[in-house]
Write a protein that binds this ligand. Structure first.
Ligand code: NDP
Length: 448
């Protein structure tokens, strides 16, 4: 696109932005990407990746305890938060460099400063310069929401939790979604006393009810506390530095830290969208069509900044589809059906397709199969924690329309099974497959 400084200017070097930049450049476009913090974005720098490493770290608490039942003398295990934190942060640095190298190798120019929209084909950089581009892609992601409550400034979000100087002895986690349940598991295993405070009586809205109930029951048995229907009144910092957290309808809670995990808002504030007539919805999310194009013809958006599904692999697919369509001559649209997802709680949850409730509403006549079992490892370890797998089928055709699991390695198992659900296989096809014994995954072909 002659006449412009670049063919493509991408704002935000997270999962969606990096994929779009490198693929567009590989298709021959002259590409620049602006990033105000670190290349890699939420997933790599302060989300999925470092979180998963903490999940691994946390699991040792139970593994070391169980090891004794398997004959190992492990002494008195001690956990050092600073060691894990620093190792995780060092790996984040490594990934940050790897992502930077990938962009450099693909000849994408990286501009490490904030960029805003100045017009349909113009971007203003924080340093004052204005550059032009044939197409602009907004991939600025989302940002944690902090509820408007007195004393909220005493709380932290998932952005800060990876950098804690020391582990809180008592922590209150606000919210009942992904981040709340994942960090409840992590911090509990590290020895913090965890209380989840939620404004409603539902955790993990959107997941199958029985699976959620199983997580709630296991979490409570482990010693994680829950306060439901408990909106915040105020948070007071006390003289000794601890917090007194006042909730409606409950006794105040004393804590050493408060983690807000109350959702994430599309990161569009101050982005200059009005300069190009880019429309947003009531949540501040950029409105896009199936081709990722906004209400301004030359501007596109992918990932969490749009109001679709806030998951890394989805942003990556959207970035790829955008680059292939606009610069590769291969128009593509993302297929949003049957997207598997997981919560890395202790134990983890994973699901794909419709929940039982959704299927009843949408299909009517359904058949539900399940397996409620105690994994072999838990039996020998004396750990009374049961797994639950559920398969939801269309009663008439036998097609599996949903698969939901809670138990060790559920996300690892579900990713493979999701292929079968996406391919619309039937319960019979699962039953025709010989079990792989002994495994937890064999329950998938033995469900009744
Ligand atoms: P979620 O949307 O999962 O959960 C938000 C929780 O906060 C809900 O329980 C909600 O309650 C509650 N809530 C929302 N607004 C308020 C408010 N104003 N005051 C009090 N409570 C409130 O958000 P998370 O922050 O946990 O995670 C953000 C997103 O990041 C997720 O939606 C997910 O897409 C992504 N993510 C994915 C992960 C994964 O794939 N494993 C891991 C971590 C994050 P209610 O139910 O009543 O609305």
């Amino acid at each position: 696109m002659p006449g412009f400084d670049y063919d493509l200017f991408v704002i935000g070097a997270g999962s969606g932005g990096v994929r779009a930049s490198r693929i567009a450049a590989a298709h021959g476009a002259r590409v620049a990407v602006a990033e105000e913090y670190r290349v890699g974005g939420t997933c790599v720098i302060r989300g999925c990746v470092p979180k998963k490493m903490l999940v691994y770290g946390a699991h040792f608490a139970e593994d070391l305890e169980d090891a004794r039942r398997f004959g190992w003398d492990v002494g008195e295990p001690k956990f050092d938060w600073a060691t894990l934190r620093d190792n995780v942060l060092a790996d984040v640095d490594r990934l940050n460099c790897a992502y930077t190298d990938t962009l450099n190798n693909n000849k994408v120019e990286i501009i490490l400063e904030r960029a805003t929209i100045a017009g349909p084909n113009a971007v203003r950089l924080a340093s004052g310069q204005t550059v032009t581009a044939g197409k602009i892609l907004i991939a600025t992601g989302a940002w944690p929401i902090i509820p408007d409550v007195l004393g909220a400034e005493h709380g932290i979000t998932s952005n800060e939790v990876f950098h804690l100087e020391e582990l809180p002895r008592r922590v209150v986690i606000a919210g009942g979604g992904y981040i709340a349940n994942e960090f409840a598991g992590i911090l509990h295993q590290f020895g913090s006393h965890v209380t989840i405070v939620n404004r409603s009586d539902t955790i993990l809205r959107g997941y199958d009810e029985q699976i959620r109930d199983r997580l709630l029951q296991i979490s409570m048995t482990k010693g994680i506390e829950f306060r439901f229907n408990a909106p915040f009144e105020k948070i007071v910092k006390q003289e000794d530095g601890s917090l007194r957290i006042f909730l409606k309808g409950c006794e105040p809670i004393e804590a050493d830290a408060l983690l807000f995990a109350t959702g994430r808002r599309p990161h569009t504030e101050g982005l200059g969208l009005e300069n190009a007539g880019v429309a947003v919805n009531e949540k501040g999310a950029i409105v896009v069509g199936a081709d990722n194009r906004t209400s301004c013809d030359s501007i596109y958006a992918v990932g969490d900044v749009t109001d679709r599904i806030q998951l890394t692999p989805v942003a990556i697919r959207e970035g790829q589809a955008f680059a292939d369509s606009v610069f590769g001559g291969t128009p593509r649209q993302v297929d949003y059906s049957c997207i598997p997802s997981a919560v890395f709680s202790h134990p983890p949850i994973a699901g794909v397709g419709m929940t039982e409730g959704e299927a009843r509403e949408k299909i009517g006549e359904i058949a539900v199969y399940q397996s409620d079992f105690r994994p072999m490892k838990n039996v020998l370890a004396g750990r009374n924690e049961r797994s639950l797998y559920k398969m939801i089928c269309n009663a008439e055709t036998g097609v599996v329309v949903g698969l939901h699991m809670i138990g060790p390695d559920a996300p690892e198992i579900l990713q493979a099974a999701a292929i079968a659900v996406k391919a619309k296989l039937t319960k019979q096809a699962f039953d025709d497959t010989v079990a792989l014994h002994p495994s937890m995954a064999e329950e998938l072909v033995l469900m009744r």
